[in-house]
Ligand binder design. Structure first.
Ligand code: TPP
Ligand code: MG
Length: 602
């Protein structure tokens, strides 16, 4: 067969030859219900346990709606679905092979779970009927309880035993994943069920009648109570946590803060929630609560918490003892809490609990405030504007520190509309302004390193064609653990700019060794052992090129950074997948001031 010229096909679509096969199979019917979900992509790594479904997706559906995205590791497949939801607030599909594929996928499922990100994972098992199992392989890839290894960090799972039950199961998996609080769901498809020949499949249900519920708002009474308490407060403060990517909801949050004259804090672990150039922003966002944020919380007399990730921890770091302020907590998160993982964080003291989604609650509070005649209230008396730390740049011939990289990137990206997908822990909130819900997409959720490449590719896929240039800044450790995801981006023509803040180390943990050494009176000089990746030095640009991407670098001198980034931005704007290896020096601070910022305690 003639080699396909994928570059001239839209979006790298792999179009199969028309199928002349006869008959209808269990997996054909399952593929039809998958199509009814109206999800454009399914990320996967293949396996014989779902060869039936794989065949149906290619030969029954023609590899469209959903289109397959071949991934080189299951962790990447799930991370891509996770990244997709960061832009769309909606679930994508991923499929993994029985036992081993699922085992590879687990960390990415946990990240999505902690990030409250919806995705629908499909897996396989069996045949459940032991008499139908092929010798050896079907036995090592069959379990009694396939979903058991991820059940503690998904919302729901099922293993249907008929086609009709599989319809229901897949519709339910979608409904549950996409209903707030969102999260991953998992459906295991038995090999026997997939490969069973059907006389006639049961009629397909009307998927429109099984849709997820719209985000739920508070009762008008609760919204009014909350609005009144905040309006009566002298120093109200809002902790903007998990919110949607909607522009309208963004405007509503700004309106609410202005109506209350409330000081706003945002979280660097989460996607953009409030403009950083707004005068009501209280402090630059951080991964942990910084000193300025803590001081504001201490001064506040009423705090509106909009699904903040760690309310108890945040209040504890501000107040130490009793929390003086009135706390109004808007969150549905409690619905997801279970006894396995402690990702629910500490139990915060709450004076008014609103079990509702943040977007409709903010709108309802705005409506209540309008009824109360509140328009715009002045900010707290005596409040000082945010002090944005200046980044000190070094000599052109000298090394590069992360803050300098941020400055150089902003310059190279001037005039472009971008989506900053993520950044490493060494990033700080003062380094990147956000003015739109897609300006920053947050972190991994579960702190699982290696997710950066996959989530970046998934988010880049979701912004493809919108005019936004997707940009990700990754640590070298993160890059190396997950780099195979970039092949998928190249293969399916998903433009993306990746800048690696390459300190040739799992540096975050060098800091932990440093802390241990100091505490125990041992040589700090030994902190690099078992942490640094310097002998040999890895050529990340070459690794990128090996995956079919465009590689630049290593850039080692500050003076070379601007011109290299300019070339990289140009290449990414021309729809390439681009990786720039930027060697950064974690301990380097030209001003010997606080120019190098690092999240404390990470
Ligand atoms: C799967 C996983 N393994 C180990 C860790 C512990 N850990 C946290 S940050 C970090 C270092 C990551 O290195 P890199 O991406 O290069 O970022 P850097 O800290 O060097 O900026 C490690 C190993 C983790 N969070 N997740
Ligand atoms: Mg590193």
């Amino acid at each position: 067969m003639k080699k396909r010229d994928l570059a001239n096909e839209p979006q790298g679509l792999e179009r199969p030859l028309p199928s002349e096969g006869t008959g209808t199979w269990g997996s054909d019917a399952i593929a039809d219900v998958i199509r009814a979900l109206d999800i454009p992509y399914v990320a996967l790594n293949p396996g014989s346990s779902y060869r039936g479904l794989h065949d149906s997706l290619v030969n029954k559906l023609g590899n469209e709606k959903p289109q397959m995205l071949l991934c080189l590791h299951e962790e990447a497949a799930v991370a891509i679905a996770h990244g997709w939801s960061k832009v769309t607030d909606k679930p994508m599909l991923a499929i993994v092979h029985a036992n081993v594929g699922l085992m590879h996928a687990t960390m990415a499922v946990y990240n999505a779970w902690c990030d409250r990100a919806p995705l629908i994972l499909l897996g396989a098992n069996g045949p459940a009927d032991a008499t139908k199992r092929r010798p050896w392989i079907d036995w090592i890839h069959t379990t009694r309880d396939n979903a058991g290894i991820i059940r503690n960090y998904i919302k729901w799972d099922d293993q249907p035993t008929s086609v009709g039950a599989a319809y229901e199961s897949i519709l339910r998996a979608h409904k549950i994943a996409a209903t707030t609080p969102r999260g991953p769901t998992y459906v295991v498809l038995d090999v026997g069920l997939q490969e069973q020949k059907l006389d006639a499949p049961p009629p397909l249900p009307d998927a429109k009648r099984f849709l997820p519920a719209a985000p739920v708002g508070p009762t008008p009474d609760l919204a009014e109570q909350a609005a009144r308490r905040l309006l009566e407060a002298e120093r109200p403060l809002i902790l903007m946590g998990r919110v949607s990517r909607s522009e309208a909801a963004w405007a509503e949050r700004v309106k609410l803060a202005e109506a209350l004259g409330a000081v706003v804090l945002t979280d660097l672990k989460l996607a953009a929630s409030f403009p950083t150039d707004h005068p009501l922003l209280g402090a630059p966002p951080g991964t942990f609560l910084g000193g300025a944020g803590a001081e504001l919380i201490r001064q506040a007399d009423a705090i509106l918490v909009l699904d903040w990730v760690d309310t108890a921890g945040t209040l504890k770091s501000a107040f130490k003892g009793d929390v003086g302020a009135t706390v109004i907590n808007v969150s549905l998160d409690q619905h997801l809490h279970n006894g396995w993982s402690m990702d629910y964080q500490g139990l915060p003291p709450v004076d008014l609990q609103i079990m509702a989604d943040t977007d409709p609650t903010v709108s309802a509070m705005n409506a209540a405030l309008a009824k109360l005649g509140a328009r715009k209230k002045a900010a707290w008396p005596g409040r000082k504007p945010v002090v944005w730390q200046q980044v000190a740049m070094g000599d052109a011939a000298g090394p590069i520190a992360v803050p300098m990289l941020a400055v150089a990137m902003q310059k190279a990206l001037e005039g472009k509309t971008i989506a900053l997908i993520r950044h490493p822990l060494s990033w700080a909130g003062h380094l990147w302004p956000v003015k739109h819900p897609l300006d920053f997409l947050g972190s991994d959720g579960g702190g699982g390193v290696g997710s950066g490449p996959g989530t970046s590719v998934g988010a880049a896929l979701a912004v493809r064609g919108t005019g936004r240039l997707p940009v990700a800044i990754l640590g070298d450790g993160d890059f190396m653990m997950g780099s195979s995801a970039f092949w998928t981006a190249v293969h399916y023509r998903v433009p993306l700019l990746v800048v690696v803040a390459n300190n040739r180390s799992f540096y975050n943990d060098e800091l932990h060794q440093e802390r241990m050494a100091r505490e125990r009176g041992r040589p700090v000089e030994n902190k690099w052992i078992g942490q640094q990746m310097k002998d040999p030095e890895m050529d990340l640009a070459m690794i990128a090129r090996g995956l079919g991407a465009t590689g630049f670098g290593p850039v080692t001198r500050l003076g070379d950074l601007g011109s290299t980034l300019e070339k990289a931005v140009k290449a990414a704007s021309e729809r390439q997948v681009v990786v720039v290896d930027v060697r950064v020096e974690p301990g380097y601070d030209p001003a010997s001031s606080a120019a190098i910022t690092r999240a404390p305690g990470a």
